[in-house]
Write a protein of this length. Structure first.
Length: 268
C-alpha cells in the first residue's frame, strides 16, 4: 500500500514539472496561492459567527429565566397580592418622599429582561402617579441571579459606587438602558458618561466596596420569599424601617400595581 502511495506522489510531481515547462499543458493550479481578499473575508465571517454565538448565549439565558418563571407559576398558583411578608429597608436609598404613607420595594437584577420590561413600561407611570406625587416611596434592592446573569452582581455594585457621588438613580437607569453592556469595563465607561470621578469609581468597583451590601439585599430577599426577579412588596410605611406588604412577582401590567398601591393607600 505504501509503495502505491509513493508512486502516486512521484507521478504527480512529474506532471507538475512537465506542466511548468510545457505551455501546452498550462500552468499549475493557483489554488495554493494565498489570496488577501479571501483571507479578510474569512476573518469577517469569523467575526460574524462570534457575534451570533454571543447572541445565542444571551437568548439561552433569557429562556432559562422564562422557564424559571413558568415553573414558579406552576408551583405557586396563588393570586397576586395574596401573600404578605415583612421586609426591611434599613440603609437602602429611597426614591420619593421619605415619609410617604406607602412603600414599594423591588428586588431586581440589572441583567434580567423582565426587570428591564418593568423599568421601561410600568415604572414611569408609577413614578408620575404615585412617587412624584408623594403617595409612595420606592426602594430598589439587589437580587442578582448569578447562575444565569453573571454581570448583574457587579452592575449592582456599580450603582452603589455611583451613589457615593450622588448618582445612584442615574446609574440605575443607565444600566437598564444598556443591559447588553454590563461588563466591568463597560461599567467604568458608564461612570464617565455620567461625569463621575473615574478614579474614585474604579477604586470603589475594583475593591468590591459594596459586595457585602449587595449580598445582604439578596439574603433579605430570600428570607422574604423572593425566588425570581422582579419581585415586589407593597405596603404601609412603618417607623422601624420595615414594610409589611403584599407580594407581587413578575413584570405585571401597570393596573395590577395600581390596585395593590391603591389598596395600601386606603388602608392608611
Amino acid at each position: 500500500m505504501r509503495s502505491v502511495t509513493w508512486r502516486v506522489c512521484i507521478v504527480a510531481l512529474c506532471l507538475t514539472v512537465i506542466g511548468s515547462q510545457d505551455p501546452r499543458l498550462g500552468s499549475p493550479p493557483a489554488l495554493a496561492q494565498p489570496q488577501t481578499g479571501s483571507q479578510s473575508e474569512l476573518e469577517a465571517l469569523k467575526g460574524d459567527v462570534e457575534k451570533i454565538k454571543a447572541e445565542l448565549a444571551a437568548i439561552r439565558e433569557d429562556l432559562k429565566l422564562i422557564r424559571q418563571h413558568l415553573s414558579q407559576g406552576r408551583r405557586q398558583p396563588t393570586q397576586h397580592g395574596s401573600v404578605v411578608a415583612s421586609v426591611s429597608i434599613a440603609g437602602n436609598l429611597i426614591m420619593g418622599k421619605k415619609d410617604a404613607a406607602v412603600t414599594m420595594i423591588e428586588f431586581s437584577d440589572y441583567q434580567c429582561p423582565f426587570c428591564k420590561r418593568f423599568f421601561e413600561t410600568a415604572l414611569p407611570t408609577l413614578k408620575a402617579e404615585y412617587i412624584e406625587t408623594g403617595k409612595v416611596r420606592y426602594v430598589f434592592r439587589d437580587f442578582p441571579l448569578d447562575q444565569i446573569h453573571p454581570h448583574a452582581r457587579k452592575a449592582a455594585e456599580a450603582a452603589h459606587c455611583a451613589g457615593d457621588q450622588g448618582k445612584y438613580w442615574e446609574m440605575h437607569d443607565l444600566l437598564f438602558q444598556n443591559q447588553q453592556a454590563l461588563q466591568v469595563e463597560s461599567l467604568k465607561t458608564h461612570a464617565r458618561s455620567l461625569r463621575l470621578n473615574g478614579a474614585a469609581f474604579d477604586s470603589c468597583l475594583d475593591r468590591d466596596t459594596y459586595a457585602a451590601e449587595v449580598q445582604k439585599d439578596f439574603e433579605d430577599g430570600v428570607a422574604a420569599g423572593v425566588r425570581g426577579t422582579p419581585s415586589f412588596f407593597i405596603g404601609k410605611t412603618r417607623s422601624d424601617d420595615t414594610v409589611q406588604g403584599v407580594y407581587l412577582s413578575g413584570a405585571l401590567p401597570t393596573p395590577v400595581f395600581r390596585q395593590a398601591i391603591d389598596n395600601a393607600v386606603r388602608e392608611n
